[in-house]
Design a protein. Structure first.
Ligand SMILES: Nc1ncnc2c1ncn2[C@@H]1O[C@H](COP(=O)(O)OP(=O)(O)OP(=O)(O)O)[C@@H](O)[C@H]1O
Ligand SMILES: [Mg+2]
Length: 465
């Protein structure tokens, strides 16, 4: 099925809600108003009947003890125009005045007219001629029977029907106007809601094409849409940094490989051309470069092994302080030769981990600290337990790391020194290996640094419970 656009869907939904509520309000208004109007017509009819009986009773000439025929004639005709068919009989049952006798044609016409009116109001209206009889009582004495005939159970006259139809017309116009307003408002709201989403789609499309610097700058006040824009922006930012890292990585790898290969090439060529003799010192220099290349490949394969999901850990329970003390011991000579002092503060921190691999982390961190700390500097090492973590902290007074490099130093081949001089050795893999091992143990390495003042690396591992 072809997907429908959000905008179309929202507009249709608004339209449907508007139609439903209008239909509901219209139906409710119609039914309840119709019922009220019927009640009104019924009570109006009853009032007319009461009034008729009183009025006709008043026409009995009390002194003469007889009905005033002339007045009955006049009143009866006036009532007939209002839809009331009057019949008066005297005490003995003799008809005194009867509208149907007086003008039967008009009576039939009036009843037909009413039936027509009611049918135009309601196609299957159940109505017909009805009559009620009342005794005419004068001075406590019954003087005859007044029979009031009408179209029942109730009827609407022309004015009523006109009123009803104009009411329906007003309801219809109001409905049409509010429906139009709903459609316009719905379309506007649908556009407003879908626009930022369309923008996000366009932006993600541009990002997918590789324009990682693209950012969404939508001034929105819908919380979810603001969050969506932020997510897309941070996604783009992370892709941008990954992309630049990837480019840098390729350049760094090329550089790492080029240096030993160039040295090898020139040495071998010089020997082939007979410029240099193929003697031991020259061959040893070639071997050194080959060893350097081999070390690089080894480190890379170690790293990929450590980063793989299936890394096997030979877990044993041991005290981190004892491992650290032993490792630091191996660095004491090198530190003394460089003129860097080592200060240790050990506290017990028992962990369950792969001893050799944790030892590798400590070696890599210590190696860096020593490498980047000039003579006269100091390195402080410490182990301790903090909450449920075993902590190894190493602080140096070396060159420090600039904030722009700090987020990337754990990336493979990343070196803060862009010239990648050989004096500081290294290929930029040590920290990547250290972090991979820490992560495999459910631990982490945090770093903080001040350029010119020194750096601090903190390894934290879960302690043995
Ligand atoms: N203690 C430190 N002081 C200053 N800079 C540091 C320190 N530790 C790491 N760095 C910076 O982080 C970069 C990456 O460190 P990492 O250990 O991964 O690589 P490396 O030491 O250059 O090479 P490798 O460890 O592979 O021999 C270093 O090149 C350096 O710029
Ligand atoms: Mg290193």
């Amino acid at each position: 099925m072809k997907p429908i656009s959000l905008r179309k869907k929202l507009t249709l939904t608004f339209l449907m809600i508007a139609l439903l509520s209008l239909a509901f309000v219209g139906l409710f208004a119609n039914v309840s108003f119709g019922k009220q109007f019927e009640d009104y017509a019924l009570s109006r009819l009853n009032q007319t009947i009461d009034k008729t009986v009183n009025q006709v009773t008043d026409l009995y000439v009390r002194d003469g003890e007889k009905w005033d025929i002339a007045s009955l004639d006049e009143t009866g005709m006036a009532m007939l125009i209002d839809g009331i068919i009057l019949r008066v009989t005297d005490q003995s049952g003799l008809v005194v005045w009867d509208a149907q006798v007086h003008n039967n044609g008009m009576c039939i016409r009036i009843l037909e007219n009413m039936a027509q009116n009611m049918e135009s109001y309601q196609a299957n209206f159940q109505g017909g001629y009805e009559e009620q009889s009342f005794p005419a009582v004068v001075n406590g004495k019954e003087v005859g029977i007044i029979t009031v005939g009408y179209y029942g159970p109730y009827y609407f006259n022309e004015a009523d029907l006109q009123f009803l139809s104009s009411l329906n017309r007003i309801l219809l116009i109001a409905g049409a106007v509010s429906l139009g307003a709903c459609v316009l408002l719905g379309a506007y709201l649908a556009r407003r809601l879908s626009k930022p989403i369309t923008d996000v789609i366009a932006a993600t499309g541009r990002i997918a094409e590789g324009n990682y610097s693209d950012r969404l700058t939508h001034a929105e006040n819908t919380a979810e849409l603001v969050a969506l824009s932020h997510s897309v922006n941070s996604l783009a930012a992370s892709l941008e940094s990954q992309e630049s890292l990837r480019k840098r990585l390729t350049a760094d790898v090329a550089h790492e490989l080029r240096t030993p290969l160039t040295t090898l090439q020139s040495t071998v060529e010089a020997m082939l051309d007979g410029v240099w003799a193929a003697d031991e010192p020259h061959l040893a220099s070639c071997r050194e470069e080959i060893l350097r290349l081999n070390k690089l490949v080894d480190e890379l394969s170690t790293l990929s092994r450590y980063e793989s999901e299936s890394l096997r850990l030979d877990t044993v329970v041991f005290d981190l302080q004892e491992l650290c003390a032993q490792t630091v011991h191996n660095f004491e000579v090198a530190a003394r030769q460089k003129g860097v002092s080592l200060t240790c503060s050990w506290e017990a921190a028992v962990v369950s981990a792969d001893r050799d691999k944790i030892g590798q982390i400590i070696i890599n961190l210590l190696h860096n600290a020593l490498k980047f700390t000039p003579a006269g500097g100091s390195i402080t090492l410490e182990t301790r337990c903090e909450a449920d973590r075993a902590i190894f902290r190493i602080r140096d007074t070396g060159c420090g790391i600039a904030p722009e490099h700090l987020p990337f130093i754990f990336e493979r081949f990343y070196r803060a020194d862009p010239s990648r001089t050989r004096e500081t050795g290294g290929s930029g893999i040590g920290l990547a290996i250290a972090l991979a091992i820490a992560k495999a143990h459910g631990g982490e390495i945090r770093v903080s640094s001040n350029v010119g003042k020194g750096s601090e690396f903190v390894l934290s591992l879960p302690i043995k419970q």
